[in-house]
Design a protein around this ligand. Sequence first.
Ligand code: AMO
Length: 428
Amino acid sequence: MERIFTKEIKNGEVVLKGWVSQIRDLGGLKFFLLRDREGIIQVTAKKDTNPELFDVISGLHREDCVEVKGTVKVSEKAPGGKEIMAKEINVINKAETPLPIETSDKIQSGFDKRFDFRFIDLRNRKVMNVFKIKQVMFSKLREFFEKNGFIEIQTPVIQAAGAEGGATLFPLIYYNKEAFLRQSPQLYKQILMASGMDRVYEIGQVFRAEKFHTRRHLSEYVSIDMEMAWIDSEDDVMKIAEGLVHYALKETKKTCKEELKELGIEMHVPELPFPRLTYDKALDMLSKEGIKIERGEDLEDAQERVLGEIMQRKGKEWYFIYKYPSRIKPFYIMMDGEVSRGMDLDYKGMEIASGGQREHRYDMVVKVMKQKGLDPHKFEFYLSAFRYGMPPHGGFGLGSERLIEQALGLDNVKETVLFPRTPERLVP
Ligand code: AMO
């Protein structure tokens, strides 16, 4: 007989495989809860009808791997209204005791312990649900890109030059040369705009050597990047960004009803279009709350949070900030004098995505690079794409972990990563 998941149990004979979650002894009746990926079911043995199995259950420990053959019985007392009357219980592999961390919701271990034993941590359904929802979210993000004519690309992770500033680069030795782990697919997605691909997206790991210990920084994260050609302004990019998150949230909410319910989360689907605040307007709004920011300075995390609260009071969780001063935007963003065509997308007070219209004129890119203290010679491979017919273009990079963190109301981006990389954590 083939093994089925607990969720698929109807009636008759079944074979289940999973972990022992809890064991109970009621004298003449012994039972345990068997947990597999999809749920939990009670497995019962009676002393008078099945003395041998009774002894097997006595020898079980929590988190042992077991195979159970038995018959489905309707039972009002059992969780889920059904139980399995065991005919055979095989212990496939034993778990050591005591367990290093808890798998139930009741006792929460600290982050460090949980990540050391992530494989056990994931046996907690609430933790597992985050990753089930994340998987659906990724497939919906992809679906949106496919529906809107974007071609999926993969660009190099090992790179010769970084696009996002030297401070956060991870260097490595590439044969005898210095190389870096990519901070972003920025340079390559732009090069491809000169190829005729027109619309591309990439979902992949990027690396930032950021010695921050915040709820929003990781040393390795998955960036959702897109780039599109023949645009008129940064507004074309904003339209794709808002369409993307609107679609992903709407469809994930529909698909993950059960998981969201178990987590006690009401996922909000934002209305389109999202508000577009100019940088000046954002500063004015903060100034009214007593927060003064020098014009020309970037918003800090705490200031972004206050802006998020102001916007939430207006019923808006999502909003763009655009028309940033040119001096705080990277060299690849188009600048109209002092004001840039860069934009950020914020979600409940946290920056989720950043992008804008790019500079596509060779002379201008070189000029701005020099102004920002970069050596154009190091970027020859990138700059040559601007010399043989580069169309106007733009795009953004969106942090997938921050998106999931905010959508699920989690306290830290690390909750959304199976094996997080932080300044202190390189294993597991
Ligand atoms: P930026 O550096 O702003 O832009 O990054 C884009 C988005 O990536 C996420 N992010 C991070 N998430 C977790 N940990 C980090 N250390 C971290 N750093 C950034 C954020 C952020 O909004 N090349 C440009 C994008 C573009 O213009 O297309 C870039 O990488 O959600």
